[in-house]
Design a protein around this ligand. Structure first.
Ligand code: NAG
Length: 198
């Protein structure tokens, strides 16, 4: 088992997810695909920047660190072939924890947003007409939102995508926490031709 190689493929997967989460968050600022002229008309959870900051910006650091692990300091320090590698794996645990927090934040914000539903205009005022996800199983209730057009499927799709993608990021970062622990304790076995401790 080579923990550096595992980290690299985790890093490669995290980057497109971070880009997609950022895009989904940006699209949420255009409810139903429209440009709104009043920020008050955008669902509050969109302003929590779960996709842009949590699953986007915060994820870039762990992704880059994981990507670099394979080639990082390959033949070690102090005459010990695996100690540089070990330190790199140890550092990756800290970055994996940062990623875990970011993705976890996006996951929670998306779940809350799906549960409370979008902010919309019911014909007289802007508010949240739904509660506790009751609109999810009863599409008749969707008529309560008169505008923006298609706000419910728009938010539902994008927040569901954010929920799924941040969920995957949480799992990947959790894998790297474990992976990094194994790498720190055992060294990376295949990096310098099998001199590691596993
Ligand atoms: C769905 O919502 C409508 C409008 O609020 C309500 O009249 C209807 O009883 C609901 N249907 C179900 C199955 O809960």
């Amino acid at each position: 088992m080579c923990s550096g190689g595992c980290a690299k493929c985790l890093g490669i997967t995290l980057i497109p997810l971070a880009v997609l989460c950022t895009l989904a968050n940006i699209l949420l600022f255009f409810p139903g695909g429209e440009v709104v002229n009043n920020n008050e008309h955008i669902t509050d959870e969109v302003w929590y920047f779960g996709g842009m900051l949590g699953s986007g910006v915060l994820m870039i650091f762990p992704a880059l660190v994981f990507l670099g692990l394979k080639n990082n300091d390959c033949c070690g320090c102090c005459g010990n072939e695996s100690c540089g590698k070990r330190f790199a794996m140890f550092t990756s645990i800290i970055f994996a924890a940062v990623g875990l927090l970011g993705a976890g934040y996006c996951f929670i914000v998306s779940a809350v947003a799906l549960n409370s539903g979008p902010k919309c205009n019911d014909g007289s005022k802007w508010h949240y007409p739904f509660e506790n996800g009751n609109y999810l199983s009863n599409t008749t209730m969707w008529d309560l939102c008169k505008s923006p057009e298609n706000i419910i499927p728009w938010n539902l799709t994008l927040f569901s995508l954010l929920l799924i993608m941040s969920g995957i990021q949480v799992v990947l970062c959790a894998i790297q926490v474990v992976n990094g622990l194994i790498g720190t304790i055992c060294g990376d076995c295949t990096c310098c031709g099998g001199n590691g401790a596993i």
